[in-house]
Design a protein around this ligand. Structure first.
Ligand code: NAP
Length: 334
């Protein structure tokens, strides 16, 4: 019987890097469950790059106030309920927060079928903010044609690795950009990418000139900064640059540095388009159906890096921004 909740709280706004001392861990007794509420024992918490932008008022994402529980997606099991139709034992997904027990209104929950895929896959390949984001960015925005040179950054991370795999399924020639040999080896040997660039040890622009002498047709960008500039310098005519995110800028959202090579867009008659998954609700169902099928067929893979214990969430977030994670980063709670 669960009697306490352990939660990760924002104790100070990060300046620069979100180090673990920006968070505190609090354990409190659970209060009686109020009418209309459901209690969920959280099994896995999703660790997402976008969370960094919620820790110091930027305006695009919801913000976490001082003393509040860190916002995060999670999966878990209902352990108490006052609402008909939400029964004990049901596996659910929702904005459960970085905590061990979430007490929430059922409107915030979605039942999931963990016989179709393991529950944590609903935070990764089958999640709106990971696999479905990648699907939307590729299918609704980038729209690669067979033979296109498709470059993706943060290519060994959760969104990037799925975006690259979808582009390969669609017949593009995929080049992944990631940090370190462990990640580039993974892209080449496990995901079958056509080429990989280690931006920490190689000159991205030089490598792109060699790997794609006729230019890059599509750039699916997750990091911004110098990598975006290097790819802009190597665009083909009528290329498309898709802005999914800009991890390299998240530590200082008040002073985001834009690309200096943006005039290549004019020269090469190219376009840059950003997107946020929540504007593409009509795509959620077809994306989830296709992603589940590819997962079942083994055509799509997303490894998980798992840190155990809710109190390790701050460490996990830092691990992600140091580029530690390969695939989807999760914190296992119960
Ligand atoms: P992730 O890719 O699993 O992890 C982030 C990765 O970024 C790290 O593993 C690291 O890999 C790389 N990175 C960190 N700092 C970097 C830097 N300074 N320069 C270059 N690379 C750096 O994270 P995710 O949660 O899947 O998110 C990926 C991107 O998708 C983020 O930009 C996020 O904001 C975006 N996103 C967008 C939407 C949308 O609707 N548009 C929705 C969800 C997520 P390396 O070792 O390779 O550096």
């Amino acid at each position: 019987m669960t009697t306490t909740n352990t939660r990760v709280v924002l104790s100070r706004h990060p300046v620069g890097e979100a180090t673990p001392d920006c968070f505190s861990i609090e354990t409190q007794p659970l209060e009686d469950l109020q009418a209309g509420m459901v209690r969920v024992a959280v099994d896995y918490i999703s660790v997402d790059a976008g969370t960094r932008t919620m820790l110091k008022g930027e305006g695009f994402h919801n913000q976490v106030g001082l003393g509040e529980t860190i916002l995060a997606g999670g999966v878990g099991r209902i352990v108490a309920s006052t609402v008909e139709g939400w029964e004990i034992g049901q596996v659910v997904r929702g904005g459960l927060g970085a905590q061990s027990v979430a007490t929430v209104a059922p409107e915030l929950l979605e039942p999931i079928d963990d016989s179709r895929a393991p529950a944590q896959a609903y935070l990764g390949a089958l999640s709106e903010s990971t696999g479905i984001t990648a699907w939307i960015g590729v299918r609704d925005v980038a729209k690669p044609q067979k033979g296109d040179v498709f470059v993706v950054s943060a290519a060994a991370g959760a969104v990037g690795s799925i975006a690259g795999q979808i582009a390969r399924i669609d017949g593009a020639r995929v080049i992944g950009i990631a940090g370190g040999k462990r990640k580039t080896d993974y892209l080449l040997n496990e995901l079958g990418f056509d080429a990989a660039i280690d931006y920490k040890n190689e000159d991205v622009s030089e490598r792109l000139r060699a790997l794609a002498p006729d230019g890059v047709n599509i750039f699916y960008d997750n990091v911004g900064g110098p990598i975006l500039d290097a790819v802009l310098d190597n665009l083909a005519m009528q290329a498309r640059v898709v802005i999914c995110g800009a991890v390299s800028q998240y530590d200082d959202m008040d002073n985001v540095i834009g690309p200096s090579n943006y005039l290549r867009l004019a020269e090469r008659q190219s376009t840059m388009a950003g997107f946020a998954y929540f504007h593409f609700a009509d795509s959620f169902a077809p994306a989830a159906a296709e992603l589940s099928q590819w997962l079942a067929e083994g055509r799509l893979v997303l490894p998980e890096e798992i840190l155990e214990g809710v109190e390790r969430y701050p460490e996990a977030l830092q691990f992600m921004f140091y580029g530690g994670n390969l695939g989807k980063l999760l914190v296992k709670v119960n």
